[in-house]
Design a protein around this ligand. Structure first.
Ligand code: SF4
Length: 522
């Protein structure tokens, strides 16, 4: 049997943000990891531009989505159902709006997919598929399988690999989907995390947890175990990591280079109203400086639309962001996602002004704010983002490696919307000083030699080497990346071209040798 796993992604600011982040999405990759070995898996991540293949031979199509991608996911689901495929929907949106999702699916998964997905495959085989699948208890992370490196090409994700460390958070911010989805805060056994980091071989890792420092003792033990691995990593935590010298010290020693943090707003009243009063607004500047002095780049999000926000909040936040001096920041609208206490509260009060899910991309005011109109909220958020980046540019704060800003001035915030977030960093921004690139030096030496000595046969070695690498990886590159799965004809044309050029270079050498020999013996 073959199954297709699709991460649906509508064309929106949310998609641009996701694409800019790198790092594999948690949902389809954790489902791929839990799929029995005798089942073939086809992965399609629309976020990175992969195209859905409707003529697939897969029997089961699993489509995973966040709320802004729900309409796109339904469109894909409906097409596959017309073709007679078994369609299963999972992710945040079906978890919180099961009845709506079931209109477009044969079955849905509510909550974590592990355990449910394997059962669905069995039930399809036995023709006893149920409508809804849900685990009674949060998934035990000691049973989590590593991501299947054999079917995921890291180049899709800027060579950033993601290793799951934990799920859930010890806080309960009212706008956040993390705890309504994961139910409890748990971490994976440290030896499993270390083994997966070693196995994947990446030098830049996203340690995936909704709040890495939710369990201080665990975090310190993990960082200690990571220190000898000599990697660089990024992750999400609260700014309060700066309060704890021992924790911060071990994080830095283990390779922490980039952190996604939610500073959210300079308004204490606003933070307290959503259960995020633990952020010490008055000391944020001190914390930011402390983290930066340790070589950690900070990407902060600022949220707009709290009930405590008045029209002057945009200017006030801009002044605050400049003063605090984060490396990168983005203004987004605090969005009441289905499943959150904030959504329920606003729904009850009749403040949700649209349930067009495509607008839940954090750039649209999908609710009626109190201190301004929805239009003022949208315009003000946009203005903040543009003004901050103008100021950042003027003050020569960009480019400032390793931060590479996302392509869009607006984007969604961190854990509040997505359980697969990651900082907007590309792997090429990171270098490991101890990782001596001897192959590149050797290649440069060979190219110089070939030019100097007019040895064209060296090019045949290069063309052959590139062809072999591309055949092994399933990807090739001429002027843009080409996938064997996505564009097989183009892919093989380029491989044939490399092989043809290799043969031509050898042929050229042989002909020249023959001509030389011929004239010598004339
Ligand atoms: S927003 Fe961040 S700190 Fe708050 S509950 Fe979600 S993950 Fe935890």
């Amino acid at each position: 049997m073959q199954v297709t796993l699709i991460k649906a992604s509508a064309d929106s600011e949310f998609k641009k943000y996701k694409a800019s982040m790198g790092g594999p999405p948690q949902n389809i990759f954790s489902v791929a990891a839990t799929t029995p070995e005798n089942i073939q898996v086809e992965l399609i991540d629309e976020t990175v531009g992969m195209k859905v293949k409707y003529n697939t031979k897969s029997e089961i199509i699993g489509i995973f989505m966040s709320t802004p991608d729900a309409i796109r996911a339904y469109e894909i689901a409906d097409k596959f159902r017309k073709k007679g495929k078994v369609v299963v929907l999972g992710g945040l949106h079906p978890t919180f709006l099961p009845d709506e999702s079931l209109l477009h699916a044969d079955a849905i998964i509510r909550g974590e997919a592990e355990g449910c997905w394997e059962q669905i495959i069995k039930d399809v085989e036995n023709n006893v598929l149920q409508k809804q699948y849900k685990q009674d208890e949060p998934f035990d992370l000691s049973k989590l399988n590593p991501y299947p490196t054999n079917i995921v090409n890291m180049s899709w994700y800027g060579n950033i690999w993601s290793v799951v460390v934990g799920r859930g958070c010890n806080h309960g911010c009212r706008y956040c989907v993390v705890n309504p989805f994961f139910k409890s805060c748990r971490f994976r056994p440290i030896e499993h995390v270390i083994a997966e980091i070693k196995q994947c071989g990446a030098k830049l890792i996203e340690l995936h947890a909704d709040n890495l420092i939710a369990n201080r003792d665990y975090a310190i033990s993990l960082f200690k175990a990571m220190e000898p691995l000599n990697i660089q990593w990024m992750g999400e935590a609260t700014i309060m990591i700066a309060e704890d010298d021992e924790l911060l010290d071990w994080a830095v020693r283990s390779g922490l280079k980039y952190m996604l943090i939610g500073i959210e707003t300079p308004s204490k009243e606003a933070l307290e109203s959503v259960g995020k009063g633990f952020i010490d607004v008055d000391n944020v500047k001190k914390y930011v400086k402390k983290l930066q002095s340790k070589g950690i780049q900070l990407d902060a999000s600022f949220l707009f639309g709290f009930d405590a926000h008045k029209k002057n909040i945009f200017q006030r936040t801009l002044d605050y962001a400049k003063e605090v001096g984060v490396d990168e920041c983005h203004g987004v609208i605090m969005t009441p996602f289905p499943g959150t206490p904030l959504y329920r509260q606003m729904k009850k009060k009749g403040r949700i002004n649209t349930e067009d899910w495509s607008k839940y991309d954090c750039t649209h005011a999908v609710f009626d704010p109190i201190g301004m109109t929805p239009k003022e909220l949208e315009d003000g958020t946009w203005w903040f983002d543009v003004e901050f980046h103008k100021w950042q540019k003027k003050n020569k704060k960009v480019p400032k490696p390793p931060v590479i800003p996302p392509p869009s001035p607006n984007r969604s915030t961190n854990s509040s919307q997505s359980s697969d977030s990651l900082g907007s960093v590309r792997s090429m921004a990171f270098t490991n000083p101890s990782d001596f690139k001897w192959r590149t030096f050797l290649a440069l030496g060979l190219i110089a030699t070939s030019l100097f000595m007019n040895w064209n046969w060296i090019w045949s070695v290069f063309f052959l080497y590139w062809a072999i690498l591309d055949i092994k990886s399933g990807y090739t590159f001429s002027v843009e990346p080409i996938s064997r799965n996505e564009n097989p004809i183009l892919y093989w044309l380029i491989i044939i071209l490399w092989l043809g050029l290799a043969i031509y270079s050898i042929y050229d050498v042989v002909i020249n040798l023959y001509v030389d020999w011929f004239y010598l013996n004339l």
